[in-house]
Write a new protein. Structure first.
Length: 445
């Protein structure tokens, strides 16, 4: 296949998509379950379940051994780095695996902090998940100054002018979220990375919430680090960190002495969760499968690996990257239609207030994560009460702050239960949206 191959995005075959997710067939009190909890973690297709099971059944071993199961584990880890490299558009040795984004970010903040001291500054935002805030706040104990970029309260968007005004020659790092896990705002990350670099600062991007909704291209963003979590895009509970190779080699990780100094392994402490990493290959190939019906999908190392028709496995595979690009175009179109339907419907319910962007002309700057609250709070319509009533009807939604603590405090909703959050992903349907809207109208007094 030529390296220039592209795939035209196709319409989403929702029946086929949903058939691949066993959990979607559940019922609650006789109601079909509607998984609207994607921001807290998506469901997984059968191929991910099979990949994890196959690894444990056949290949379960530690790395570096002079025997077959260990060698197959080494090969699987290499394949997983290649898969995530295709997903993020980087080199395989710029991929670091870890338990979750929070743990990886703490590890990186500790290492970056070794080279910082009094007078240095780090810039964080009011919009971010706390996993991209507290690891940097912890460096205040070294005398580092933490500065805050504010938001526009009326639509929960980042005040980029305020962020730019707070950059200076002392700024060493800017921590920014790609998309808000609470209110769905998509930030102008490429612009912010450029601003950070213009002052010689590093740019650390939290892409956990953006991962299932939009294409990530770290080469285009030119960010120094980007962290995500595969359980947010149809994979197992694992974290993944991209770091530019020069930073992964230059910075000094806290690690045990026997661990190699080779990149990227020097950032992976202890034995990794091999079975879940096998599932990562399957989840990336599931996403690629949404973008193409070209090529052959076959079973390799216990996973559904995207391979050449001849059976030769690929890494840094241009056709797989092209399929991922097409997949996200398809996902975007489907999610955009659902989001427009949901926001239009909620806007017709006077008892509810939407937090975040509601102007359809600005929907390019939000993903289908909708935070709402009852206008008049009482015990029967707090976010928890609404989530409980919806849960009894089979609608899985979240309530609270979702670790976006600075945002809920800033909007003065933290003490009264935060938000009710509805999160859509590509396996959700228009029928689920309509049933949710009807349920909200029936539940609210």
């Amino acid at each position: 296949m030529p390296l220039t191959e592209t795939f035209a995005p196709a319409a989403l075959d929702l029946t086929h998509v949903r058939s691949q997710f066993p959990s979607l067939s559940q019922t609650v009190n006789g109601h079909p379950a509607a998984f609207l909890d994607g921001p807290g973690g998506t469901q997984v297709p059968q191929r991910v379940i099979d990949a994890i099971s196959a690894y444990l059944r056949r290949d379960n071993a530690n790395t570096g051994g002079a025997y077959s199961t260990s060698r197959r584990t080494d090969a699987m880890l290499s394949e997983a780095r290649a898969a995530m490299a295709d997903f993020l558009h980087c080199a395989p040795d710029e991929i670091v695996f870890g338990p979750n984004m929070t743990t990886l970010t703490y590890a990186m903040s500790r290492a970056i902090g070794r080279d910082l001291g009094p007078g240095d500054e780090i810039l964080v935002t009011r919009l971010d998940h706390d996993a991209n805030v507290t690891p940097w706040l912890a460096l205040e104990e070294k005398g580092i100054t933490i500065r805050w970029a504010e938001i526009h309260k009326e639509d929960c968007t980042l005040d980029v002018e305020d962020l730019a005004a707070k950059l200076n020659s002392k700024t060493r790092l800017v921590a920014i979220g790609y998309a808000s896990n609470a209110v769905g705002t998509i930030n102008p990350v490429k612009e912010i990375v450029r601003l950070a670099h213009s002052y010689g600062a590093l740019a650390y991007v939290d892409a956990v919430h953006y991962g299932p909704h939009g294409l990530i291209d770290v080469k285009d963003l030119d960010c120094d680090f980007l962290a995500c979590s595969t359980y947010k895009f149809f994979g197992p509970h694992m974290g993944v960190l991209f770091g530019k190779r020069e930073h992964l080699a230059r910075l000094r990780p806290y690690k045990v002495r026997p661990l190699t100094d080779a990149v990227p392994n020097r950032w992976e402490w202890g034995t990794l969760n091999h079975e879940c990493i096998a599932g990562i290959i399957a989840c990336v190939d599931y996403i690629a499968s949404l973008g193409t019906n070209v090529g052959t999908i076959t079973n390799r190392v216990g996973t559904d690996a995207f391979v050449r028709p001849s059976g030769e496995a690929r890494s840094l595979n241009a056709p797989r990257r092209a399929a991922i690009v097409a997949a996200f175009e398809t996902i975007h179109r489907h999610e955009r239609a659902l989001m427009e339907r949901l926001i239009a419907g909620i806007s017709q319910i006077p008892q509810l207030k939407i937090y975040g962007i509601t102007d359809p002309t600005c929907f390019d700057w939000r993903c289908p994560t909708i935070a709402v609250r009852a206008v008049n709070q009482n015990e029967g319509n707090t976010p928890l009460a609404l989530a409980t009533k919806l849960g009894d009807r089979g609608f899985f939604t979240w309530d609270g702050n979702y670790y976006a603590l600075n945002l809920t405090e800033h909007l003065d909703v933290e003490k009264t239960g935060g938000f009710l959050r509805v999160g859509l992903v590509h396996y959700n349907t228009a029928e689920e949206v309509d049933r949710l809207l009807q349920a909200l109208q029936e539940i609210l007094p």
